[in-house]
Design a protein around this ligand. Structure first.
Ligand SMILES: Cc1cc2nc3c(=O)[nH]c(=O)nc-3n(C[C@H](O)[C@H](O)[C@H](O)COP(=O)(O)OP(=O)(O)OC[C@H]3O[C@@H](n4cnc5c(N)ncnc54)[C@H](O)[C@@H]3O)c2cc1C
Length: 335
């Protein structure tokens, strides 16, 4: 375990923001956390995984801990289920591919989401009708407050739409996740955002988990800018959830506004539609802007600063507020 000084974080964040950490250390074993805690517990700390959900707005004046603990395995529960355990430093999509190729169902709709396993519970990753909470049983956690390991069961994780206890409490460090996946009678979710049409294009009649994974990956590759080529962190904003009276105002004033009913008389509005209607889709400001493919995604075309991107996000928030009376919430972690 070597603590380096003035480490560039350029390659450690998918927005490709050129900032430095005052100190940086890579952790490859759980036991190293105990040593780290012993020596550095009083320091200002930031834990990172794949760096695909972070916007750095300045140099980090503390210790960045890059979690790179590897390992995955599975145990049979019974004829229908397995428990897959994966360490936080495993790449999420590699884990999904491994599960799909092993015939384990439950994560195929979450194909091609960037980042690491440890980052996945933080915002309860979700896509195409599935969220991590649907399959997560528990997480092994290192509590940076008191330097001990403990287990968080799903019910203790406070999972919600792009939210969890880990998003609020930055002292809880996930080192491992346990997922209960199916080995037969897989729940095939295909009625979501064009998956059925993509399956038709692929000539699939009765979809398997592999087909779903392929269809989702194809759609995502077309619809989202590839962070390997254009710096971004996926959706910058959450889809807003509104109450019935607010929905009534929106429907009355904005023809064709899309919305999806949720429980408790609440409604989800696609933030992408709001941002597009405000004229931001594809807008370019020198070397940063809003993706032309997906208005929810802010992009760094190369050399932009985190402050510029943050400023753009604020301008989107205030325009959406002025026109639609809706407060957009940020999904990306601003540091
Ligand atoms: C092109 C693109 C598409 C995306 N699509 C989706 C999508 O469809 N659905 C979706 O939900 N997300 C999506 N994302 C966002 C991102 O991929 C996920 O949030 C991912 O899970 C982040 O993992 P990470 O390892 O990169 O986390 P990081 O960016 O490294 O960290 C994110 C936050 O989690 C904390 N953190 C990281 N690791 C740990 C850990 N082990 N324990 C505790 N805290 C930790 C960090 O401190 C930080 O606050 C997308 C991103 C991109 C770039």
């Amino acid at each position: 375990m070597i603590v380096k000084k003035n480490q560039s974080l350029l390659k450690l964040n998918s927005f490709r923001i050129d900032v430095c950490a005052k100190e940086y250390v890579e952790i490859t074993k759980e036991s190293e956390l105990l040593e780290l805690y012993g020596k550095h517990r009083k320091k200002k700390i930031l834990f990172i995984g794949g760096g695909s959900n972070i916007l750095f707005t300045k140099n980090f004046n503390g210790l960045v801990v890059h979690l790179n603990i590897k390992g995955k395995n599975y145990k049979k529960i019974n004829d229908e289920y397995v428990m897959v355990s994966a360490s936080s430093g495993e790449n999420w999509n590699d884990l999904v591919n491994w599960c799909v190729n092993s015939g384990f169902g439950g994560v195929e709709n979450l194909s091609l989401i960037p980042g690491n396993v440890g980052g996945a519970p933080v915002q309860n990753i979700g896509a195409y009708g599935r969220e991590l909470k649907d399959v997560l049983v528990s997480c092994k956690v290192y509590n940076w407050e008191n330097g001990t390991f403990c287990e968080f069961q799903r019910s203790q994780c406070d999972f919600d739409y792009r939210d969890s206890i880990f998003k609020k409490n930055k002292n809880l460090l996930i080192t491992k996740v346990n997922l209960k996946l199916t080995t037969k009678n897989h729940l095939i979710i295909s009625s979501y955002s064009g998956v059925n049409e993509e399956l038709k294009k692929l000539g699939v009649k009765s979809a398997s988990i592999k087909d779903i994974s392929k269809a989702v990956s194809n759609i995502r590759s077309r619809k989202l800018p590839n962070p390997e080529k254009i710096g971004n962190a996926g959706s910058f904003f959450k889809n807003p959830i509104v109450e019935k009276n607010q929905l009534d105002f929106l429907v009355k004033n904005f023809e064709n506004i899309p919305y999806y009913p949720l429980d408790n008389n609440l409604f989800k509005i696609p933030a992408a539609w709001l941002i597009e209607k405000c004229g931001f889709k594809g807008k370019k400001f020198t070397n940063f802007g809003v993706s032309e493919k997906q208005p929810l995604v802010l992009v760094n075309y190369g050399g932009a600063s985190g402050k510029e991107i943050l400023q753009l996000s604020k301008s989107i928030v205030s325009t959406v507020k002025k026109i639609f009376r809706i407060d957009l919430q940020t999904e990306v972690n601003i540091i």
